[in-house]
Write a protein that binds this ligand. Structure first.
Ligand SMILES: [Zn+2]
Length: 364
């Protein structure tokens, strides 16, 4: 055990809604202060100089966003491969995307080798007081650290070494900045993308729990938006079709997320200037994907005398959850009552207002 007192000891954590001092009130054992993982800096892997100055914000990040690179699931687990990957991503981001430097803050290889992404990310993390503004998740960049994980995890699991190093890196970030372990997300929670892949995304609750255990925090899993993908069907799609019609878009109401509805969601994203559905490591095109915070633009807050297609969307979802409501496009009355019942059952304040917290939960 080191005699050096980690600065994390004086940081505060949000635990169960109460802010407490990590050591003292919680009395965390030494093992609850995670050691810094081995991270290779930009000089180690031969990074190019950024094309312009890196922005370092005088604020701490409040969340972590997990990505997959959507590149090949290579068998080479060497550090040399991790370094080559870091160089290829930087080249892609600078030469292909025209960015000043690598987009993400850190990269994690299938062999579990962690490298610094955007310059200064490592020294700033070690200091634990500022944030390097990256380019990996749209409007979240100013508050979120981005980790690119090598590979594609749509239908296969991550390798154990990658997982172990990711837990270690996230635990270190959480302790350095006092981030809540509950605030670990996938790229898809904010943008219309498959990233970090269906299988990897399904393990995010496990990741939050592992990080929470490492730093002595209780985890409350966030409720996130649904990701619609080509081929989807059911009440959520029917509701989406009503919501699109409420926006004046022409789509059938058949509960199938087919070409016409996908074209309409694409048109909606473009008309609202919502960034294209791509993961930033590779810019793989993902037409037809709809999710993340794009829902906040599509799903209106309903209350009082709201009426029309958006109310029909809500009525479809309430009915699918076993609430008896007429499909009459009128919010006042039975639908408002059903929203109150739903809110109570979900542990929310029964306001009778169909806000984004209600839509998120009904769409899932
Ligand atoms: Zn991504």
């Amino acid at each position: 055990m080191s005699l050096h007192r980690s600065p994390v000891a004086r940081r505060s954590f949000l635990v169960g809604g109460l802010t407490v001092t990590a050591v003292g009130a919680l009395g965390l054992p030494a093992s609850a202060r995670p050691a810094a993982p081995e991270i290779a800096g930009t000089a180690d892997w031969g990074a190019r100089e950024p094309s312009s100055a890196i922005d370092v914000l005088d604020s701490k990040p409040t969340k972590i966003i997990v990505h997959h690179t959507a590149s090949a699931n290579v068998d080479d687990t060497s550090q040399a491969q991790a370094f080559a990957l870091s160089r290829s991503i930087q080249d892609h981001h600078m030469d292909g995307n025209g960015w000043k430097d690598t987009g993400q803050n850190f990269t994690n290889s299938r062999g579990g080798w962690i490298t610094e992404g955007r310059h200064k990310s490592l020294s700033v993390l070690q200091e634990g007081a500022q944030h390097v503004l990256g380019a990996h998740a749209g409007d979240q960049n100013s508050v979120a650290l981005g980790i690119e994980n090598e590979g594609t995890y749509t239908d296969v699991d991550v390798p154990e070494k990658l997982w172990t190093s990711l837990v270690s890196l996230c635990s270190y970030m959480v302790s350095q900045y006092g981030i809540s372990a509950s605030e670990i997300y996938g790229h898809r929670d904010f943008m219309s993308t498959e990233c970090p892949g269906e299988v990897f995304y399904g393990r995010l609750p496990e990741l939050r729990e592992a990080v929470g255990a490492a730093v002595g925090q209780r985890v409350v899993h966030p409720v996130t938006w649904l990701l619609l993908k080509p081929g989807a069907g059911g009440p959520a799609v029917t509701a989406t079709q009503h919501l699109l019609r409420a926006q004046g878009l022409s789509v059938p109401v058949d509960g199938a997320y087919g070409p016409q509805t996908q074209a309409a969601t694409g048109e909606f994203l473009r008309s609202h200037r919502i960034e294209a559905a791509t993961c930033h490591a590779t810019r793989v095109e993902e037409p037809g994907y709809f999710g993340g915070t794009a829902w906040t633009a599509l799903a209106p807050v309903l209350a009082g005398d709201s009426r029309g297609d958006a109310v029909l969307a809500l009525q479809v979802l309430l009915t699918s959850r076993g609430h008896y409501v007429p499909a009459d496009a009128q919010y006042a009355g039975r639908s408002a009552d059903a929203v109150r019942e739903f809110q109570s059952a979900q542990g929310l304040q029964p306001t009778g207002v169909a806000d984004h917290e209600v839509w998120k939960r009904l769409l899932r």
